[in-house]
Design a binder for this molecule. Sequence first.
Ligand code: GLU
Length: 491
Amino acid sequence: MTDQQDAQSIMDQVRVRFAPSPTGSLHIGNLRVAIFNYLFARHHDGAFVVRIEDTDRERNVEGSLEGLLDDLRWAGLDWDEGPGVDGPFGPYRQSERGDNHRKAALSLEERGLAYRCFCSDEELAQAARDDAPEPGCPGNCRSLEEGDIRARMERDEPSTLRFTVHPGTITFRDAVRGDISLEGSDLGDFVILRADGRATYNFAVVVDDLEMKISHVIRGAGHLSNTPKQALLFDALDAPRPVFAHLPMVLGADKRKLSKREGAEGVVQLRSQGFHPDGVVNYLSLLGWSPGGDREILSRQELIAAMDLDRVGATDTVFDPEKLRWASAQHIAALSLPELVDAIRPWVDTERFDLEARALPAAVDAIRTRLTTFGEVNEHLSLIFPTEDALQAGLQELEREGDSTLDTLKAIRTTLSSIEGWEAPELGSAVRSVGKDMGVRGRALFHPIRLALTGSRQGPDLGKVLAALGRTRCIELLDGAILWLEKSEAV
Ligand code: GLU
């Protein structure tokens, strides 16, 4: 059975998988694949399975499994099942499924669909160098006699299992690109079980996808070249092929494969910089897919509602680190103040900013429109709560302000010390009305106040800065500035 529509109708539930290899930190390209699978599963009320492809022991990197699971949790891509009866489930591990792979491989041998190959690594390497035209192996093991095979097995001669690929056209359907065909002779007989009894990637993936009842294989276009082999294996195992959907490549700005240089480091770097995970999920989901219309900022629920394979494009897409940052900023901006305060609290450098619980919301409110990541919080807080040195430098700058400076500061001090509430909008209008009364506006009004309070002429909305600093600190700073100016005038 090879028709993919049939496969979909036979499998009554959408089941997709993300199958990373634990060979390092999760890369942005991999996270995108996980996101598509997750959104697709949620859209169809299906299952999202995580399967760790750890059979290539030499390539496994210590600790990377935990790291990539943390990356998935951070992005909110929770998987639905795994070994064990009760959650939280560990993900499936391919290395624990060796017996299933072996059993399936032997069943193909028994049915004459795969054969023993006794070629040594040296022979194979030599044949590859010679560019050997044989579709099988250099030793032509496909045509070994039964008795010969048995005798060599009894002598414990190492052997692999090779899958027989017959000449003729192989066609598989990709949900993104349509039908793709190639000649069986271009593929050649390929190994499914290594001499040490471990399945090769192509075979393990098929057995696992089959046994896990995966309905849709959604992965990067880099795997297109593996797909004809996998399609043949599904056929040989008498199983419906899943729907294959290969996402377009993600390229760097130079149109080359995405590299660390592009700012597209591992997901772990995005986490450590405090990107909003929803912004990351949002932006990466748009690499190769469109939710329709010109919408670019979508909540998780909106992404789930819109996700489908129909609007996945086949053309390569370019990763834009600035756009990723913008998406993070948009999702931060969409948070309510209490949500933002909760999200930001762990990022605040508490040694540097001694903000009592009440002061944090007002400070966050002052800087919230400037944040593109949570990690930037300290840089922006220092605009409101500068160091002593920066405050001192501000006092020196005050002397260069106009003649009305001292009077302005005194008037502001008087007004602020008698104002009843301490909320940003009232504080902002109090400052403006002092200016009006004194006939000073714009820079002449705001610069002296900002310099006195924050050491800088620029910064967040002044009413919000006043609110964040609190009455006592504002009066203290204004008194200090007034004293400083009086002293310097007296000199
Ligand atoms: N383990 C493969 C990878 O990390 C994915 C295999 C697949 O999705 O079929 O690229």
